[in-house]
Design a protein around this ligand. Structure first.
Ligand code: SAM
Length: 236
């Protein structure tokens, strides 16, 4: 995932010679915005939560990137009112599509905010990764619900409105009428399978693990059962 975004940032730098303009919708407290600003991007964060934006401001100050982050208290449903159309080289919607009322409309709004030739990056919770996680921890009733509920919810108390599989993400992307799928793969694929601390395992360095994770995430059958799915789509 980081590798995919790094490649995208490099592409913009190469083609425009300028710092990439990033729009992070539902960017919250800056999990992505702060590292991207640290990497030199100019990042606009749109979020409905004033508390999250206050945390973002603090983290930006601590990282010394306040001048590269513009926080906007706004809703993706009225995105066009707060950011220009076609204005961003890279638009992020990470952890967003599973909490909004209409994910198709939101993905179309993200696409409209991207410049032609720019990219939209979507990170969502994966339905089958959640299933495997529930089975592995013995929560079989929830696991069953994840499979039979049309939206992949565990029940009315579920904090998420839906979970995604690769087919649904492809369908929503095609429905925008302005995005082509470029990357659709797992994220954190090894998380479900790695032994916990203290259990016997071949000692592996972080680089080696990240390398294996990237390799596994790009295999469709493994990516589909990852905890998260990552989509990078190109605006045309
Ligand atoms: C799960 S958090 C993800 C935060 C961050 N993008 C990340 O990946 O760590 C979802 C964020 O979306 C924001 N959000 C929810 N509904 C929204 C909406 N309609 N418009 C804009 N932001 C929204 C929430 O306030 C929250 O900060």
């Amino acid at each position: 995932m980081f590798r995919v975004l790094d490649r995208e940032i490099e592409r913009v730098r190469r083609e425009t010679g300028a710092a990439p303009r990033v729009l992070d919708v539902g960017g919250g407290s800056g999990t992505w915005a702060v590292p991207l600003a640290t990497a030199g991007c100019a990042v606009t964060v749109v979020d409905t939560s004033p508390n999250a934006l206050a945390t973002l401001a603090r983290r930006a100050r601590e990282a010394g990137v306040t001048d590269r982050i513009s926080p906007v208290n706004g809703d993706v449903d009225t995105l066009a009112d707060v950011v220009p159309a076609d204005g961003a080289d890279l638009v992020l919607g990470h952890g967003l599509l599973e909490v909004v009322d209409d994910p198709g409309r939101v993905l179309t709004a993200l696409a409209s905010a991207a410049a032609p030739g720019g990219a939209v990056s979507v990170l969502t919770v994966g339905r089958y990764g959640a299933f495997i996680g529930r089975v592995a921890s013995g929560r079989l009733a929830e696991a069953r619900q994840l499979l039979i509920d049309p939206d992949g919810r565990t029940g009315p108390e579920d904090r998420l409105l839906r979970r995604f599989d690769a087919g649904l993400l492809r369908e929503l992307t095609a429905d925008t009428g302005r995005l082509d799928v470029e990357v659709l793969q797992g994220d954190g694929t090894l998380e479900t399978w790695l032994p916990g601390p203290g259990q016997d395992a071949e000692p592996a360095g972080r680089d080696e693990r990240d390398e294996l994770d990237a390799l596994a995430s790009a295999v469709p059958a493994l990516g589909e059962v990852a905890p998260r799915l990552h989509l990078l789509a190109r605006r045309f």
